[in-house]
Ligand binder design. Structure first.
Ligand code: M6R
Length: 369
């Protein structure tokens, strides 16, 4: 039931801090090490893995895109991410040392299922990240790491996405742990940060009223663009997907570095552009480049909606609307930066009179190829 919320989507957005915490529960021990015995792929097999291939669709694919950064950073194992619907048609190169990760909320998505069957036929090991106990994808995989989001009813995926991210980080960190990478200290620190991430998501949810107001004021727009870089790029794609499926608007996500290669021609007076800004700490070069991008599009008339870390003052002069998110390690930022985009799409769709839980033409699980 909706527990007093106007929609399942709003309820599920609100449940995210708990969903994130539940997905971590029991998987980190007192010393900060990961305990993933439930992943029944023996450590010696994981040590031999020389390539990770992630297959998924829609929102789960966006989680996979983010996972690539984490896996390659913490393990130095090359990682590819592919739309499940494209995967088997290009005769991908797979063998016993390939770990295929299939991400699916429902566990019934036919495209993802066909991709994992193909991978297993080629001898690859398949690990499912799934939210639905006993569904087909985990049953047909070598191993499964369940997300503990609880049932997700709204067609637009929200809490499942955040828990898919958590599961992906756990897999990346676990691979790093069993392989004993040079990042041991960073891994321990990130595990600590992950433990408090539910609180950060909670804080974001408490500050969403201006986002709702902004969304209502944009209800008559035709187009919204989303920009990001690094892990902020898949966040931009996810923000655009939410807006397409709920508000039926033209929404596109771009890697901000690509702007100058074409998309900047789309910018016109009063076009809303959402920009996901990386932390000024860590990868500060990327941060500064994003700030330049914001200046460029604003000079061409864009209405800039900036998602930036608390304390990032450099963005202030160029943000027509500023949405603050808590300070997090770079790779974890999608857990907090996606939330305002979910709220934005939900509110904008509602203001346009759309039914947010059941968008037109869409089904919760897509069981045809
Ligand atoms: O159940 P799955 O995670 O396999 O579903 C994949 C996509 O169909 C799903 O994420 C879809 O894109 C959502 N409606 C997005 O909100």
């Amino acid at each position: 039931e909706k527990d007093g919320y106007a929609s399942f989507m709003l309820k599920e957005i609100a449940e995210q801090p708990k969903a994130v915490a539940d997905t971590l529960l029991g998987r980190i021990d007192g010393s900060g090490s990961l305990v993933l015995d439930e992943v029944r792929i023996p450590a010696n097999v994981l040590r031999e893995v020389d390539k990770v291939v992630i297959v998924a669709c829609g929102t789960a694919f966006h989680a996979g895109l983010i996972a690539k950064y984490a896996i390659e950073h913490w393990t130095r194992i090359p990682c590819e991410v592919e739309l499940a619907s494209e995967f088997r048609y290009r005769d991908p190169i797979l063998d016993q040392q390939t770990l295929v990760v299939a991400i699916s909320q429902s566990g019934e998505t036919m495209d993802t299922l066909m991709a994992l069957r193909h991978a297993r036929e080629q001898g690859a090991k398949v690990l499912a990240i799934c939210n639905t106990n006993g569904s087909t994808i985990p049953r047909e995989s070598d191993a499964v790491l369940y997300t503990h989001a609880g049932p997700e009813v709204a067609v637009a995926s929200t809490k499942a996405f955040l828990t898919q991210l958590v599961a992906c980080y756990l897999v990346a960190l676990y691979l790093g742990q069993v392989r004993g990478t040079q990042w041991a200290d960073e891994i321990r620190a990130v595990v600590r940060d992950l433990s408090s991430i539910g609180g950060a998501v909670e804080r974001v949810l408490e500050t969403m009223e201006p986002v709702r107001e902004l969304a209502r004021s944009l209800a008559d727009k035709n187009t919204v663009l989303f920009l990001g870089r690094h892990v902020g790029y898949p966040v931009a794609l996810e923000g655009a997907l939410k807006l397409k499926e709920l508000a039926y608007m033209h929404a596109e996500g771009f890697a901000a570095g690509e702007l100058k290669h074409g998309p900047i021609a789309l910018v016109e007076d009063d076009l809303p552009v959402v920009v996901v800004v990386p932390s000024p700490r860590g990868r500060s070069v990327l941060h500064d480049k994003l700030v330049s991008n914001i200046q460029e599009i604003r000079a061409r008339g864009a209405r800039t909606i900036v998602i930036a870390e608390e304390g990032d003052e450099a963005v202030v002069p160029y943000a027509d609307h500023l949405i603050r998110v808590p300070v997090t390690p770079t790779l974890l930022q999608p857990l907090v930066a996606t939330v305002p985009l979910q709220v934005f799409a939900c509110e904008l769709a509602t203001a346009r009179g759309n039914e947010v839980d059941q968008p037109r033409n869409l089904a919760k699980s897509v069981t045809v190829e």
